[in-house]
Design a protein around this ligand. Structure first.
Ligand SMILES: *[C@@H]1O[C@H](CO)[C@@H](O)[C@H](O)[C@H]1NC(C)=O
Ligand SMILES: *[C@@H]1O[C@H](CO)[C@@H](O)[C@H](O)[C@H]1NC(C)=O
Ligand SMILES: *[C@@H]1O[C@H](CO)[C@@H](O)[C@H](O)[C@H]1NC(C)=O
Length: 346
């Protein structure tokens, strides 16, 4: 009887031991995969989100191989000591979606570039990768507004390249809070509104050209040369040699009226008055001389009448001449204004 109990107990403990070993090994494999396995899973998820036909550049992305292995690293990966730190998927003809949920699984990802592909639509929520240092989305077809607070949580960000897309709306104000910002490239988009203030001391490379930006270039960007602001018709500032006070005036003139118009009228009136005064003086001098001459020769009553009629003729001759001069003054005034207006617009 006792022997039977012992045997049963031994069998039971053996079973539980086997079960324990099996279970723990299962747990070990499923919940604690190696880094390579979780990265491979995430990358394949990402590849899945791209359009199939266009992802031919990613044939090396295969299940069952280590993404960062020495011999056959997957295409477009930046690895350091076997850790995946960056994705440089440039000029691969990629399109479709960018699965940000997959990117979040790549714990060491600091660098993300999909430059020169065919991605479109709104900016993906890459701002969910709070530890990212460099974001390159240039040369795609991304469009629409970027939310003002998009960059708020991206405290490590140093390089932001959004150039050569179709982004519109205002430059997101949260970019001015990215304290470590070094590069900011927004050229060749459709950004509108004013350029926000950028106080980051390390900011060394910016480009705002070829947008629809308006207003005064903030003084915090005075150190950057003119060409990085070029081809924004509404922008003004010393860097691009457009006086912000001058650019306001052509629109005033176009809108009709304004200070400048009144000034020109006053000048024209003054000149007319001056010319008329000179004509009057000339007329008086001539009349006085005629009278004097007449007095010297005969001194008849008819002579005064004669003298008056000659003076009248002279006055009639000189009057059209003054009117003509006034016209010339006005024309040059108009000419100046047209030149100024077209300069301001270019
Ligand atoms: C962009 O990618 C294409 C391939 O899709 C390549 O031929 C071209 O040289 C790339 N352009 C730049 C500027 O990198
Ligand atoms: C800024 O962008 C324009 C337009 O793409 C380009 O022509 C210019 O060379 C760029 N300048 C700098 C300094 O990046
Ligand atoms: C433009 O005018 C304002 C006052 O109206 C003045 O403070 C500012 O210095 C002027 N700017 C330039 C560039 O002349």
């Amino acid at each position: 009887m006792a022997a039977v109990v012992v045997v049963v107990a031994a069998a039971a403990s053996c079973w539980s031991l086997t079960a324990f070993v099996l279970l723990s090994s299962l747990l070990l494999f499923s919940s604690k995969p190696t880094f390579a396995e979780s990265d491979s899973h995430a990358l394949l998820m990402l590849k899945e989100s791209f359009d199939d036909d266009d992802a031919s550049a990613l044939v090396s992305w295969n299940p069952g191989s280590d993404p960062c292995n020495e011999e056959g690293k997957w295409e477009g990966l930046l690895c350091s000591n076997g850790n995946l730190e960056g994705l440089r998927l440039e000029g691969m003809g990629l399109s479709g979606k960018i699965d940000v949920d997959a990117l979040i699984l790549l714990k060491d990802l600091r660098y993300f570039s999909v430059m020169n592909n065919s991605f479109d639509g709104n900016i993906p929520e890459i701002n969910r990768l709070g530890a990212l240092r460099a974001l390159y989305l240039s040369k795609n077809k991304f469009s629409g507004e970027i939310p003002p607070d998009y960059f708020t949580g991206m405290r490590s960000l140093k390089k932001v390249w959004l150039s050569d897309n179709e982004f519109s709306g205002k430059i997101p104000s949260s970019l001015s809070d990215v304290s470590r910002l070094v590069d900011l490239h927004l050229e060749n988009n459709e950004f509108t509104g004013k350029i926000p203030d950028f106080h980051q001391r390390n900011l060394r490379s910016v480009n705002f050209s070829k947008n629809k930006l308006q207003g005064e270039i903030p003084s915090s960007l005075l150190r950057f040369k003119g060409d990085v602001f070029a081809e924004n018709p509404g922008l003004c500032g010393a860097q691009i040699k457009v006086d912000c006070n001058e650019t306001d005036k052509p629109s005033d003139v176009n809108g009709g009226g304004g200070d400048k118009n009144d000034h020109r009228k006053i000048i024209a009136a003054t000149v007319t008055l001056g010319v008329m005064l000179i004509a009057l003086i000339v007329f008086l001098v001539i009349t006085w001389r005629k009278k004097k001459r007449k007095k010297a020769s005969n001194g008849g009553g008819n002579a005064t009448e004669n003298g008056n009629s000659i003076a009248n003729i002279e006055a009639q001759v000189s009057l059209p001449a003054t009117v003509g001069e006034v016209h010339v003054v006005r024309r040059t005034g108009n000419l100046n204004r047209t030149v100024r207006a077209s300069y301001g617009e270019s």
